[in-house]
Design a binder for this molecule. Structure first.
Ligand code: ADP
Length: 486
């Protein structure tokens, strides 16, 4: 199945520093496994602090020439990169499915979604306008410039092995910044393939460096301690995000954090039932439930609870589970054994405390890291999954009676990334949308990601926004010029 990837020259076994494909200093490497089969699909270098330091130095050296170019010039390189990603969509999708496990259709979708950030920020880079501000004296003039912040360190997760990279790297490059990237240890191959295409697009050396490792701490330690790095952009767990934020305090780096969520999905009695079920499935079961915006708590109003449960069950029952490279499936494996154990532990806890599995509820008969598409009813706030991110194909249904109760329940979490609700009452649409303490709200809609909208969370879900015209701000500093004696 990987032939298409090899033929395209996109199966790499080296990291990429200063425009060269390189191994670890000590020659060490680690395997990348297909989560559907457990088979090794490649090996990549296991790098540490020394290689990271070299990558940071290479980025710093590449910066002056890149920032001196016109925005239009930088955009031309990004446009070529976008074109090459789309030309190789199928090979990149197969590679992603092989190392990550998501269904091929979803992988193709992610390649296009990831590429869209490159296209988008190629354009946005041209619009980093400054300002002329009315001055505080007749002999003065005030101007602002928006300048690239400098060397960016990026750390990305395995659930979107391509899009989480382009969403950071594209705005950084467009703004005039070089990047040192550490992809997730489970999915480094998609990152390396992207960089191969950036090289073919003519991106000068040193502007993207990829440090592969399965010792994240050492690489993250150097990235956060090194004073040359001016900005850390991280997507991953809240737990690790807090550690990195603390580590960045030592050199006062600007941080962008896209962290965990605990998304409520509220279905009111007056909702379009068909649409609510379709939205719940899209939001919950995409990527086997392994996204930070997946519905994590489904609150269903009492008048519609039984009907919703029945319809949801009928649809989810029909989903096919299996290895995504071997056929048409809607759900692949979970990423690894640790992920599987977490999901199963949360389900066991809920069942022990009185929830009912109306569908699934255990490890799939296929074995490995496959988990049954699961629906639990009678879930309560006392169960662990009410406050923890499940990251698996498990839909817990909670019952509520009033609008005010639904808002209060939805907000009763330290997270605040995405929330969803279904209703056909226009007044309620406004009240609930304004009442939810979240960065993203889907209203009669279960899929909210697009390059043109600002993605990001409040509370412990993060800092900053990615995508949209705001997504480039995180890589820019404002400089104020005060001109006197006029
Ligand atoms: P998940 O539980 O989804 O794997 P993590 O937050 O553990 O989320 O991982 C997201 C990214 O953070 C990965 O690239 C991982 O290697 C990296 N990471 C994990 N721990 C650290 C750390 N201490 N320092 C730097 N990076 C880390």
């Amino acid at each position: 199945a990987l032939d298409i990837v090899r033929e395209a020259g996109l199966l790499k076994d080296k990291a990429y520093i200063d425009g060269a494909w390189v191994g670890a200093d000590d020659g060490g490497d680690f395997p990348v496994l297909d989560p559907a089969t457990g088979r090794e699909i490649g090996r990549v270098p296991n790098m540490g602090a020394a290689e990271t330091r070299r990558a940071i130095d290479a980025a710093a050296a590449a910066w002056p020439a890149w920032r001196a170019r016109t925005a239009k010039d930088r955009a031309a390189v990004l446009r070529r990169w976008y074109g090459l990603i789309m030309d190789n969509q199928e090979a990149l999708a197969v590679l992603m499915t092989a190392e990550q496990g998501k269904p091929l259709g979803e992988a193709r979708g992610e390649i296009a979604y990831g590429a869209s950030f490159v296209e988008w920020f190629a354009e946005e880079g041209k619009r980093l306008y400054g300002e002329v501000v009315p001055a505080h004296g007749t002999d003065k003039r005030i101007l602002t410039l928006r300048e690239p912040i400098g060397v960016v360190a990026a750390i990305t997760p395995w659930n979107f092995p391509s899009a989480m990279i382009t969403r950071k790297v594209a705005p950084a490059l467009a703004a005039g910044c070089p990047v040192v990237l550490k992809p997730a240890e489970d999915t480094p191959l998609s990152a390396l393939a992207l960089v191969e295409l950036a090289e073919r697009a003519g991106l000068p050396k040193g502007l993207i460096n990829v440090v592969t490792t399965h010792e994240a701490k050492a690489v993250g330690g150097e990235m956060t301690a090194n004073p040359i790095v001016r900005k850390l952009s991280f997507t991953g767990s809240t737990e690790v995000g807090k550690i990195l934020m603390a580590q960045c305090a030592g050199t006062v780096k600007k941080v962008s954090l896209e962290l965990g969520g605990n998304a409520p999905f509220i279905v009111f009695d007056d909702a379009d039932l068909e649409a609510a079920v379709a939205g719940a499935i899209a939001s919950k079961y995409r990527n086997a439930g392994q996204t930070c915006v997946c519905a994590n708590r489904l609150y269903v109003q009492e008048g519609i609870y039984e009907a919703f449960t029945e319809k949801l069950k009928a649809k989810v029952e029909a989903m096919r589970v299996g290895p995504a490279l071997e056929g048409d499936v809607q759900q692949g494996p979970l990423i690894n054994k640790k992920g599987l154990d977490k999901v199963d532990g949360l389900v066991r806890d809920a069942l022990d405390k009185g929830a009912t599995a109306v569908l699934g509820g255990k490890v799939h008969a296929l074995g490995g890291t496959f988990y049954e598409p699961t629906i639990l009813t009678g879930v309560t706030a006392a169960m662990r999954m009410a406050t923890e991110e499940i990251f698996g194909p498990v839909a817990p249904l909670y019952r509520f009676s009033t609008e005010a109760e639904a808002i209060a329940l939805a907000n009763a979490t330290r997270f605040g990334l995405a929330a969803y609700f279904y209703t056909r009452d226009i007044g309620r649409v406004w009240r609930v949308a304004e009442g939810l303490e979240y960065g993203i709200v889907g209203i009669n809609e279960g899929i909210i990601s697009t390059e043109s909208a600002p993605f990001g969370g409040v509370k412990e879900s993060g800092i900053g926004r990615e995508g949209s015209r705001h997504g480039i701000d995180d890589f820019v500093e404002i400089k104020y010029l005060c001109m006197g004696g006029i």
